[in-house]
Design a protein around this ligand. Structure first.
Ligand SMILES: O=C[C@H](O)[C@H](O)[C@H](O)COP(=O)(O)O
Length: 232
């Protein structure tokens, strides 16, 4: 059986080749991005001048433990390189993200970065997005109204009756770092992710969805035997 963690680590090592001294780095969230944060920490320990903009409180704590200087998102408008994991990636480099509930901050940072590299073990590579339930971050204010609007928009986009679940842990709704809620939408195959991303973004109360379309410069997949790269 493939050791997924070895693939994640290899992909992170390959992405680290794009780091240059003096860079401000967008630091992603999740088990794959954590390998990249480890490498950034090792470079800083070696004396490299690097700064990190974290996409979650978990990543902030991890980077701080390693001595990486943290830049608040409001303190810079320049992010040289952002590196993050993904839950699925298709051949056009469209992604589903948000399995770890960090999608809103991740998307802000990925969009702002001059270069956005995704790192993943090979199990994340899919022919079409959608087997992974689509995370949708919504405001807790009047969330029932937002979910009703979400159902209408999904129906108009060919996903009539798709099961929607409020993400919960130990019986309580999961709150994102920004205090929002996550709806996981079981859509099945998404033929036009860009159109769906746009439609979902138009719903008041939807803060972001986990579709990241036309944003990724490169996906680096790793497995035990090596890496493969898909570029835009
Ligand atoms: O919200 C979480 C992020 O989008 C993660 O990057 C994504 O879920 C992948 O996580 P992992 O690398 O742990 O599979």
């Amino acid at each position: 059986m493939m050791d997924k963690d070895a693939g994640k680590k290899r992909a992170a090592e390959e992405a680290a080749k794009h780091i240059e001294r003096g860079m401000t780095l967008g630091l992603g969230t999740g088990s794959t991005a954590a390998h990249f944060v480890d490498i950034v920490g090792a470079l800083v320990a070696d004396g490299w001048d690097l700064r990190g903009v974290p996409t979650s409180e978990a990543t902030r704590a991890h980077a701080e433990r390693l001595g990486v200087s943290i830049i608040e998102p409001n303190e810079t408008t320049i992010i040289d390189l952002a590196v993050d994991g993904a839950d699925e990636a298709d051949p056009s480099l469209n992604l589903i993200k948000g399995g770890g509930a960090a999608l809103l901050r991740e998307k802000i940072i990925a969009h702002a970065a001059k270069k956005f590299i995704v790192i993943a073990d090979k199990s994340k590579r899919v022919a079409a997005l959608g087997a992974f339930p689509l995370p949708i971050e919504i405001s807790p204010y009047s969330w029932a109204l937002t979910v009703a609007a979400l159902r209408r928009t999904l129906s108009e986009n060919g996903f009539d009756g798709a099961p929607l679940e409020l993400r919960a842990h130990d019986g309580a709704p999961v709150k994102t770092d920004g205090g929002n809620l996550i709806i996981d939408a079981r859509l099945g195959r998404i033929d036009d992710p860009a159109a769906l991303e746009k439609a979902l973004a138009a719903i008041p109360g939807v803060l972001e969805c986990g579709l990241f379309c036309a944003m990724t410069d490169m996906v680096i997949y790793g497995d035990e035997d090596g890496i493969s790269i898909a570029s835009a």
